[in-house]
Design a protein around this ligand. Structure first.
Ligand code: GDP
Ligand code: IMO
Ligand code: MG
Length: 431
C-alpha cells in the first residue's frame, strides 16, 4: 500500500493539482510543497467555496493536517503573509499548522524588480514569467548568495549578506535596465519586520518528515508547475527555474527517494499553456476558444488567458517516463463535453522524420507538426459525474485511448472543480 504520494503536473501547469491534493489530504498527516514559489496558483473548491493558494500547501483546509514548505521552495515573506491573512480571515488557522525549512531561499523586492525589468527589456522575446521574482531567486541560490530563512535568526550577519547581494542587483537594475537602485535600508527594514513572525514557523522539515514516516504516517508531496515547465526537462528557455518532476520531491523536501511510493500524474483532458513558448497542438479557432471559455482558462495568479489545444499524447509520453507515473488523474473532462469530434496528437513530423515523443529544446518543439487521430466526441454532460460507468461511452473510449497511448493507468477522473466532483478508479492510497 502506498504510504507517500507525489502529485505532479504532467503538462504546462494548471492541470488541477490543487484540487486533487486537497482531495487526497484526508488520508495523510502531512502535505509538503517541494519546489516553485508563489508563481503557482492552486484552486480548491469545497461545497462551492473557492480558495486559491499560491505558496501554502493545498492540504491546509483539512484541520488535522500539518503543512510543510521544503527547502526546494523559494519563499516571498510578503506573499506568504498576504496568503496567511486571506486564509485566516476566512477562518483557516495557518500559522500554527505551517512549518518552513530553514534552508528556503527568500524572494525579496530586488528579485521581483529584476524579473520584471528583464521581461520588459525582452519585448516579444519575453518568457512570459509570472513576474514574481522566481528566476532571480533561484539564480541566487545556485550562485550561493541567497538570503535564506535561516538568516532571519542572525540579522547582523544578514545585513552584510544583503549589502553584497544588493550591490550585484543595483548594478544590473541601473546599468542594464535604467531602473532606480533599491536602497539597503528599505529592504533590511522589511526583512527585519518579517523576522519575528517568521521565526516560530521555521523548523527542521526534513527530520520531521523522516520521523513521521518512521511512525507509519502518510505524507503527500505537492508539486507546482508541470513537467514541460521543468528547468531541465521542459521547453527551455520557456520554462520556470526549478525542477518540477517527481524526482525533485526528494531533494526539495529533504527526504530519501525511497520514501516516494507512488507518483500521481495530474493530466488535463486537453492542453493549456500560459506565457510564451512552443505549443504544438495549440488551437487558434473557435474550438480552442470554447475550451478556454468552458474551462475558465485564466491564470489563477496573474489572470492571464491560457492558450488551449488538443491533448498531446506524445508530450505526455515524455512526462510519464520522466516522472515514473504510477497512475494518472485526468482532469477537466467535463470541459470537452459537446464537441462533435475530439483529436489526440500521437506524434509529430519533425524535419522530415516521424517521432512519437516530445523532443527536447524549444526550437525542436516549435518545429514539430502534430499528427492527429480523431475520435467521436460526446453530447451528454459529464459535469459532476462520480462513477466511471455513468460517463458517456465515447468519453470512456477517449480516456481509455489516452491511457493506451501514454502507457499509464488511470487512477482518477475529475469532472468539475469541486472536491466532490471526482471519480476514483483505483484509489492511490488503497490496494
Ligand atoms: P493547478 O495549478 O494545477 O492546481 O490548477 P489551477 O487551480 O491553476 O487550474 C485548474 C482550474 O481548473 C481551477 O480553476 C480549478 O478550479 C479548475 N478545475 C480543476 N478540476 C476541474 C475539473 O475537473 N473540471 C472543471 N471544469 N474545472 C476544474
Ligand atoms: P501552477 O503550479 C502555469 C509559467 C509562466 C512562464 C514560465 C516562467 O499553478 O501549475 P516563472 O514566473 O516561473 O519564472 O515563469 O512558467 N508558470 C506557470 N504556468 N502554471 C503555473 O503554476 C506556473 N508557474 C509558472 O507563465 O511561462
Ligand atoms: Mg495553477
Amino acid at each position: 500500500m502506498a504510504k507517500n504520494i507525489v502529485v505532479i503536473g504532467t503538462q504546462w501547469g494548471d492541470e488541477g493539482k490543487g484540487k486533487i491534493v486537497d482531495w487526497l489530504t484526508e488520508n495523510v498527516a502531512a502535505v509538503v510543497r517541494f519546489q516553485g514559489g508563489h508563481n503557482a496558483g492552486h484552486t480548491l473548491v469545497v461545497d462551492g467555496k473557492k480558495t486559491v493558494l499560491r505558496l501554502i500547501p493545498s492540504g491546509i483546509l483539512h484541520e488535522s493536517v500539518h503543512c510543510y514548505i521544503g527547502s526546494g521552495v523559494v519563499v516571498s515573506p510578503a506573499a506568504l503573509f498576504t496568503e496567511i491573512g486571506e486564509l485566516e480571515s476566512a477562518g483557516v488557522d495557518v500559522a500554527a499548522r505551517l512549518t518552513i525549512a530553514p534552508t528556503c531561499p527568500l524572494i525579496l523586492p530586488y528579485h521581483i524588480a529584476l524579473d520584471q525589468a528583464r521581461e520588459a527589456a525582452k519585448g516579444d522575446q519575453k518568457i512570459g514569467t509570472t513576474g514574481r521574482g522566481i528566476g532571480p531567486a533561484y539564480e541566487d541560490k545556485v550562485a550561493r548568495r541567497a538570503i535564506r530563512m535561516i538568516d532571519l535568526l542572525d540579522l547582523d550577519a544578514l545585513a552584510d549578506k544583503l549589502k553584497a547581494v544588493l550591490d550585484i542587483y543595483n548594478v544590473q537594475l541601473q546599468h542594464l535596465y535604467g531602473q532606480a537602485p533599491i536602497a539597503f535600508e528599505t529592504v533590511y527594514a522589511e526583512i527585519a519586520g518579517y523576522a519575528e513572525r517568521l521565526r516560530p514557523m521555521i523548523g527542521d522539515v526534513s527530520n520531521t518528515l523522516y520521523r513521521l514516516h518512521q511512525a507509519g504516517k502518510h505524507i503527500l508531496f505537492e508539486g507546482a508547475q508541470g513537467t514541460l515547465l521543468d528547468i531541465d526537462c521542459g521547453t527551455y528557455p520557456f520554462v520556470t527555474s526549478s525542477n518540477c518532476v517527481a524526482g525533485a520531491a526528494a531533494a526539495g523536501a529533504g527526504v530519501a527517494p525511497q520514501m516516494l511510493d507512488y507518483v500521481l500524474g495530474i493530466v488535463k483532458a486537453y492542453t493549456t499553456r500560459v506565457g510564451s513558448g512552443p505549443f504544438p497542438t495549440e488551437l487558434f479557432d473557435e474550438i480552442g476558444a470554447g475550451l478556454a471559455q468552458r474551462g475558465n482558462e485564466f491564470g489563477s495568479v496573474t489572470g492571464r488567458a491560457r492558450r488551449c489545444g488538443w491533448f498531446d499524447a506524445a508530450a505526455l509520453k515524455r512526462s510519464i517516463q520522466i516522472n515514473g507515473v504510477s497512475g494518472m488523474c485526468i482532469t477537466k473532462l467535463d470541459v470537452m463535453d459537446g464537441l462533435e469530434e475530439v483529436k489526440i496528437c500521437t506524434g509529430y513530423h519533425l524535419h522530415g522524420e516521424k517521432i512519437d515523443i516530445l523532443p527536447f529544446g524549444s526550437e525542436a518543439v516549435a518545429a514539430c507538426k502534430p499528427i492527429y487521430e480523431t475520435m467521436p466526441g460526446w453530447t451528454e454532460s459529464t459535469v459532476g459525474v462520480t462513477e466511471y460507468d455513468k460517463l458517456p461511452e465515447n468519453a470512456r473510449r477517449y480516456l481509455e485511448r489516452l491511457s493506451e497511448l501514454t502507457g499509464a493507468p488511470i487512477a482518477m477522473v475529475s469532472t468539475g472543480p469541486d472536491r466532490a466532483e471526482t471519480i476514483v478508479l483505483e484509489h492511490p492510497f488503497h490496494d
